[in-house]
Design a protein around this ligand. Structure first.
Ligand code: HEC
Length: 118
């Protein structure tokens, strides 16, 4: 009896550790409260460069939006966030898929933290 109980505890612990480590690897945590200060140059700009600037730059501002500089991004932040959330704007990147939730949350936090040029 006792041995089988211990055995179950060991198996249960092993499974918990295994499952926890799996979810931790796959899901990027979403900072709902915006506790972490987002850096414009290290986080926001690389996201926009990788996903938007190809079509939204000084030479070809698709839809009238140029997202290649801090001023342009900060000045059009509501349209930018609206488009990645497909909220009041056409979904961007155009044709989808939408950016991951954790990426969208970073942009959202950067805006609520005052759109710092940091
Ligand atoms: C492959 C090219 C392409 C990429 C990549 C792209 N866009 Fe666009 N975007 C367009 C085009 C084309 C339009 C104009 C669409 C239209 O007028 O129907 C547009 C329009 C917009 C608009 C105006 C939408 C509206 O409803 O008024 C916003 C805001 C926008 N893009 C933001 C972004 C953001 C932010 C990203 C990156 C996450 C992005 N776009 C990525 C091509 C692109």
């Amino acid at each position: 009896m006792k041995a089988s109980l211990i055995c179950r505890v060991i198996v249960f612990s092993f499974c918990s550790v295994f499952l926890c480590s799996c979810t931790r690897e796959k899901v990027t945590p979403i900072d709902e409260q915006c506790n972490t200060t987002i850096s414009f140059s290290n986080e926001v700009m690389p996201i926009i460069q990788a996903n938007c600037v190809g079509c939204h730059n000084q030479n070809g501002a698709s839809g009238g939006y140029d997202f290649s500089t801090y001023d342009a991004i900060a000045g059009n932040a509501n349209a930018l966030l609206g488009s990645v959330k497909a909220n009041g704007f056409q979904l961007m990147p155009i044709g989808g898929p939408a950016l991951p939730d954790s990426t969208i949350q970073k942009i959202s936090c950067w805006i609520s933290q005052g759109k710092q040029d940091n």
